[in-house]
Design a protein around this ligand. Structure first.
Ligand code: PLP
Length: 412
């Protein structure tokens, strides 16, 4: 059985690109369904990393020698690829170590700019990953600002009426996830960004779980900042991107100080580099940037719309099969999802189930998914989450379901 976005040959060819998928776990084929935590890398991305180290490893921007020129061209070429992919200017693409780093960068520079005063409000939602909570809590505590939270409805989606009421002239920052990593739902972010903009608030979109799954257009979305991680979109760990609106970032102070982010330094006075160098102090993750560029090329060779259609078939199929079984609770059941389905099984702890599924070669994530406040809202300690990438198949969903049924028999 094949998802119809790809023919079975096409899906086989895609899977062939990922050497890790040939692994066996306890004599069974690996069924990797933990892509929301990190995705696997195709051969072209692995090759890009290796070729960099084997053929042109050098520091960028400063050297006049051949290797330095080649490394600089590849690094800046990847920036162009990313700018084109997300429809923004190359100056708006800042390389970070990941989503967490990007959010800390933004909260850090807004703090340094003294953008907030006591009593101002920062708006997040009940669904956020700790990375999009803790930096704002830190900033709020620093200046006496108030952290406000969009609540969920009984259907476990954003309460949009409450969200609209929470965006007022006191709201200075709105920082929201596009797709929930814990329960997979796509949040209706656009309307809230425009409301926030009407109030003059700065907006940030945590796109860690949307950038890998569907097309994003920076201009169209209208947010001031978008952050995401390379390792969730087929690139290595330790590389991520902050897309920042150029006119805004030009007015904001620098973040980390060091080489590359300056034009002129004396002991008394420093002039800072233009974008994007201003926010890329020190030697960056050159190999990671080049590999991320290659991962974006890989995604574009397949087409994000096709990837989205394929993954949507996987999540719809899993959800429909789970809902036929007794004693299984699907979170945000029926809501539009991207890349993940979260569920709980009556009378079985999620860790026990995850451990048993691993015995069948099935890798899922269990626990709070770095969303403890969401778990508190749902009054649970965790869920089992199956999350998808371009290489997953309907057969693998069936393998998960079969392993789930056997595990339940063993545990009950
Ligand atoms: N935000 C969301 C929605 C995530 O899913 C994650 C990672 O799971 C993060 C932020 C943090 O990403 P990273 O650990 O790559 O910085």
């Amino acid at each position: 059985m094949n998802a119809s976005a790809f023919t079975s040959d096409e899906l086989d060819q895609i899977r062939d690109e990922f050497p890790i998928l040939k692994r066996e776990i306890k004599g069974r084929p690996l069924v990797y369904l933990d892509n929301a935590a990190t995705s696997q890398s195709p051969r072209c991305v692995l090759e890009a990393s290796r070729t960099y180290y084997e053929s042109y490893n050098a520091n960028i921007h400063r050297g006049v020698h051949r290797l330095a020129q080649e490394a600089t061209a590849a690094y800046e070429g990847a920036r162009d690829t990313i700018a084109t992919h997300f429809n923004c200017q190359r100056e708006e693409v800042i390389f970070t170590s990941g989503t967490t780093d990007g959010i800390n960068l933004v909260s850090g520079i807004l703090g340094r700019a003294k953008y907030l005063k006591a009593g101002d409000e920062i708006l997040i939602s009940a669904l956020e990953h700790h990375s999009n909570i803790v930096p704002w809590r830190l900033l709020a505590d620093e200046v006496g600002a108030i952290l406000k939270v969009i609540p969920l409805t009984a259907d476990e989606v954003w309460d949009i009426d409450a969200a609209k009421a929470l965006i007022t002239e006191r709201t200075k920052i709105v920082a929201l996830s596009h797709v929930s990593n814990a329960i997979g739902i796509i949040n209706p972010i656009e309307s809230l960004i425009s409301l926030a903009k009407e109030q003059g608030a700065i907006t940030l979109v945590d796109a860690a779980q949307s950038a890998p799954h569907f097309p994003l257009d920076f201009q169209q979305m209208g947010a001031d900042f978008i952050v995401f991680s390379g390792h969730k979109m087929y690139a290595p760990t330790g590389i991520g991107v902050l897309l920042g609106r150029r006119e805004l970032m030009e007015t904001l102070p620098p973040y980390r100080g060091g080489g590359e982010m300056i034009k002129q330094v004396t002991f008394d006075q420093i002039t800072y580099n233009d974008l994007p160098g201003k926010y890329e102090a020190g030697t960056p993750n050159i190999e990671g940037v080049i590999a991320l560029g290659e991962a974006i090329n890989f995604i574009n060779r397949i087409g994000l719309s096709k990837i989205q259609a394929h993954e949507s078939e996987l999540s719809t199929y899993l959800e429909s099969q789970l809902s036929k079984r007794e004693g299984i609770r699907i979170y945000a059941a029926g809501a539009k999802k991207a890349g993940a389905v979260s569920f709980a099984v009556d009378a079985i702890h999620h860790y026990d189930l995850g451990t048993l599924l691993d015995q069948f070669g099935v890798a899922v994530r269990t626990g709070h998914h770095c969303c403890q406040p969401l778990m508190q809202c749902l009054n649970i300690t965790g869920t089992v989450r199956a999350s998808f990438g371009v290489y997953n198949s309907l057969e693998e969903i069936d393998q998960l379901l079969a392993a789930l049924d056997k595990s339940r028999q063993m545990l009950l």
